[in-house]
Design a protein around this ligand. Sequence first.
Ligand code: ARG
Ligand code: ZN
Length: 421
Amino acid sequence: ACVGLATLGFVQEAGAQEPVVKSYSNYTVLRTAPLTQQQAAALLDMEGRQGLDWWTVPKADKSADVAAAPEARPQLEQRLRGLGVAHEVIFQNLQDHVSAIDTEQYRGKLLSARRDSDNYIDNKRYLDYGEVEDYISLLKKNHPNRVRVYDIGQTFEGRTMRVVHLSNCFYCNYSAVFVDAGIHAREWIAPAVALHALSQLAENETANAEMREGLDWFFLPVANPDGYEYTHTTDRLWRKTRSTIQNSRCLGADPNRNFDYYWNSVGASKNPCSETFAGRSAFSEKEASNMRGFLWEHRFRLKLYITYHSYGNYILYPWGYKADDPEDVDTLRSVAMKANQAMVEAGSKPYTIGSSTQTLYAAAGGSDDWVKGFLNVPLSYTIELPGYKYGFQLPTSLIDEVARQSFEGLRAFAREVKSLS
Ligand code: ARG
Ligand code: ZN
């Protein structure tokens, strides 16, 4: 993949001190067998450990994936043995996989000619942020009466965040759905899924007339552009924003711990070096605060909020900050079940449906909790897209099926929203 480096724009400006590209050479990724309650609890204790990155958090009856730096692997394996946790190596050398994806992306770049908006989203590779911006401009140019684009603010590094608004009637003030993706930088399949949905709704209107009729759509396909760009240039597995933090050499906060609803009360870290650092204060991250401004402005018409993440096949509803169910849990569940059914009919592996805390783990400061708890948007979901056996680095050959299946889920969601309002 060496040939690809310069061409892919991996070379930083002269004088930059950081390593040009983060290498995952000799990092391994282990997948445990399904854990018992005790094993999960014991492994959870190793969460903040140097050199370990839990891609999925240890949880009873589930297997967990963990990436280990070479120096951290012996200790990890010793611990797993001690606890009697069986495991397999899913990536012997993580760098090989990172390089393979680079090559795949690079080939895709040469092959796909991006001429116009209606053939831009071909689900053949992952777009970088500049391409996403170009697509949004083309969309607006080609559909001036049906598409509006809002600049919702700048990121820490000065990129512009844009929300695309689709409507059949802008002055009608229809009920609306807000979809975002890419809050976590490395979860590349999420923006791809959002972009596919956006392109279908905007450019394949006859096939999707029912979804467009009487319902407005807002899309923020890349909610953490700085992080997303960083995963394209420097560190494929970066998760957080890229903001600098006073008195710390570590960068970035977890935007999905940064929303102001029981902020930093549980499942978040005060340590700036942690992957789940909540930020110095609620909405300290410009990316989260830009979303706040926009969502607040449109709160009365929003009926459904969907935030795409990866991975694990979950449809999660609030709360993430506590174990109790919301009052309208029956509605939240039944709508999620319809979406799951539609995705399964489209060929997807079934999704696990449940509250964030009960299904995954307690974690406060998520966008989903804030949207439901603070803005009172009735339906609010985090969708953890499938990772198959690959985790975050889903091969480009799988984009299309995930995008299409997810879109059928969105169609079911839209139908439910309309039947409720
Ligand atoms: N994997 C997501 C995260 O860790 C799940 C978020 C679920 N929502 C929540 N409010 N905890 O950010
Ligand atoms: Zn995520």
